[in-house]
Design a protein. Structure first.
Length: 478
């Protein structure tokens, strides 16, 4: 076993770039562990626990690259890849003679270009300063960063309101502005629908289903998963509703959110009634419809036909699902929706029956490591463990496609599915596949690969959850 650590003083890269660099290094032949990250205390601790010896003078302003391999040759080969992976994020003219000095602050950058939006993607503890700098420069802000303190989120949104701007986030993973996707976004056609989303994967599910039905989106304004909490009081949701209502090309607005605070939900409904643009709500809750049903309401309101949502059955007989349901999700809202659907089938206390659905994209799983939509390592490990558990009868996973996500998730997941089903003797595997045929990964190609491996695949997350829960409830008898 061999390892190598390099500290690059003062070299900054954003968290999304470093997630991809880490993923690219880990995929190199013979590499057993790899991490590229800024030298924060948490990241250095994670490297130490992986067995790396990081120089004690490394700090949060330093880029640290650590590689471990089966031998020196594997590590040396991976080291030669580092420069290429990092260079992909650097403009070609950076450092050239006559090139402009890189902007050191958001405000400086804003003065150089005609911009209306700043995207902040730094560790959560630093996001507040950068986002406030962007607001002071007159920019709307998308805060991709998570782990931002609640009080700072409220302060940012209050400042935005004073300036007539919008803060999207924190933890805003998905947005579409005038057809341009930011963060994790799907390739969808332009159209008349504007989406306000306190949910990234919830927005992706709706925009993908709309695209399947032949309807496009104008804008998707993410507001962060806490925006409809009692503490934040829907500040960005209200601002986003007003912005979309003022856009003459937006014919209908959809509000997508995880279960909101009842008081805030009432506030948002009241604001929607004052708008000229019609509003449809997809607010997940025990007594509400699922995201697919809400999408169908949008289609009906637009006078469009509701299609039969695509599915790709494996052909495996339904018998043999003699165990509990285990959900392994990358999308928090998709996990919430699946949990609500499963409760309606299996009863309100899922854990009493051994049924557990887990959001592996939650903050507790992503501190210091890539999101599972980028790096599926943790989920693949969990899938193998569940498949080996004799009490598990059904495994439900989501696969979210689009820009920013894993380039070919089926290439990694299909072998794991095949190993789990064990020629029909292992648990049933059900996949919720969120995406479009035009996504870089090609939804239909991904579906066929997963179906061939033995999974039942559904474009509707709610349909996938109902199918999985039905298998677990009926013990395979249908």
């Amino acid at each position: 076993m061999s390892s190598w650590v390099e500290v690059r003083a003062g070299a900054y890269r954003d968290s999304v770039t470093l997630m991809r660099v880490s993923r690219g290094l880990a995929a190199q032949p013979g590499v057993t562990a790899a991490m590229a990250a800024m030298g924060t205390g948490l990241n250095l601790d994670l490297m130490g626990r992986q067995g790396f010896e990081v120089p004690p003078d490394a700090g949060p302003n330093d880029l640290v690259v650590a590689i471990q391999g089966v031998d020196e040759a594997a590590v040396d080969a991976a080291r030669r890849v580092v420069e290429g992976l990092l260079a992909e994020a650097v403009p070609q003219d950076a450092g050239a003679i006559g090139a402009a000095e890189p902007a050191r602050t958001v405000g400086v950058a804003a003065r150089r270009v005609n911009a209306g939006l700043a995207l902040v993607s730094v560790p959560g503890r630093y996001a507040f300063v950068e986002a406030m700098d962007a607001l002071a420069a007159g920019l709307n802000v998308m805060v991709f960063s998570d782990n931002v303190p609640l009080a700072q989120e409220v302060a940012l949104k209050e400042e935005a309101a004073r300036r007539g701007l919008i803060v999207m986030g924190p933890d805003c993973g998905t947005a579409v502005i005038g057809g341009t996707g930011l963060g994790f976004a799907n390739a969808v056609r332009p159209g008349p629908v504007g989406v306000v989303a306190a949910s990234g994967t919830g927005a992706q599910q709706m925009m993908s289903l709309l695209d399947t039905a032949g309807v496009g989106v104008r804008h998707v304004l993410g507001v962060g998963g806490r925006d409809l909490s009692a503490e934040v009081s829907g500040r960005s949701t209200l601002a986003a509703l007003a912005a979309l209502d003022a856009d003459p090309a937006t014919e209908l607005i959809a509000v997508v959110t995880k279960p909101p605070s009842p008081r805030v939900a009432d506030l948002v409904h009241a604001a929607a009634r004052r708008l000229d643009t019609p509003v449809e709500f997809a607010m997940l809750g025990e007594d509400s419809g699922d995201l697919t049903a809400s999408t169908e309401k949008v289609l009906t309101a637009l006078g469009r036909a509701v299609p039969r949502w695509p599915s790709w059955p494996s052909g495996r007989p339904a018998s043999g699902a003699r165990g509990a349901l285990r959900g392994l999700f990358a999308g928090g809202t998709l996990c919430t929706e699946a949990t609500l659907v499963a409760r309606r089938v299996l009863g309100p206390d899922l854990r009493a029956g051994g049924h557990v659905l887990t959001d592996l994209g939650g903050d507790e799983y992503t501190r210091g490591r890539p999101h599972p939509m980028i790096d599926p390592t943790l989920r693949l490990e969990r899938l193998a463990a569940e498949a080996a558990d004799p009490s598990c009868g059904v495994i439900l996973v989501d696969v979210v496609l689009g820009y920013g996500a894993e380039p070919d998730p089926a290439a990694l997941l299909a072998p794991a599915v095949e190993a789990a089903v064990r020629d029909g003797t292992g648990p049933h595997v059900v996949v919720s596949l969120c995406g479009t045929p035009d996504d870089p990964q090609d939804r239909d190609r991904q579906a066929e690969s997963l179906r061939t491996a033995g999974a039942d695949v559904f474009a509707s997350n709610a349909a996938a959850a109902r199918h999985a829960a039905g298998l677990a409830q009926n013990g395979g008898e249908r």
